[in-house]
Design a protein. Structure first.
Length: 177
């Protein structure tokens, strides 16, 4: 199936999405990678505020390149998601709606996706320059010292994704092999 919806509608669509479905996603998404996840968890442990409200959020595992003049963002392709697997179950339990990256996830992450009615999308690796054309704005919101790994707020417009793991346990990395 093919769908087109906004990040604030993910929970409404999650139950009907199946691994292999194509989605054009629009709306607010946050970048967060290894170093940012580590800092977010340090904030959680200290009872401090996180850079964005995790509940209802969508996270894109990406570290965009510097923004060329006249564009909203530089190249912005997905990074390997499994590096965030130590953090993902707790993030999902805190209300994270969706994750966007590339590659398979651990069984613990799959279980958390199912438990929380969330979804894991994959973006096409190696096509960051093309993907950037579907991002209309980018602003650093935390951890500027991390450079490309800082937390950024992005606005997607019809960003092309594939449902890789759905909330019913469908897993493209198992069924597609």
């Amino acid at each position: 199936m093919e769908y087109s919806f906004s990040t604030n509608e993910i929970k409404d669509y999650a139950a009907r999405l199946k691994a292999g479905d194509r989605v054009l996603l629009s709306g607010k998404v946050y970048t967060s990678r290894d170093a940012a996840h580590k800092r977010i968890f340090e904030s959680l442990e200290k009872g401090e505020k996180t850079p964005y409200n995790i509940e209802g959020a969508s996270v894109y595992y990406a570290g965009p390149t510097p923004t060329p003049k006249g564009l909203a963002i530089g190249s912005c392709g997905p990074t390997t998601s499994s590096r965030m697997d130590p953090y993902a179950p707790k993030m999902l339990d805190l209300g994270l709606y969706s994750m966007i990256g590339k590659g398979p996830r651990s069984q613990e992450v799959v279980d958390a996706i199912i438990r929380n009615g969330a979804v894991y999308f994959c973006a096409v690796g190696g096509a960051g320059a093309l993907a950037s054309k579907c991002i209309t704005s980018c602003k650093v919101i935390a951890y500027d010292d991390l450079g490309c790994e800082s937390v950024k707020e992005l606005m997607f417009k019809d960003f092309p994704l594939i449902v890789a793991i759905d909330c019913n346990g469908g897993n493209l990395f198992n069924s597609g092999r």
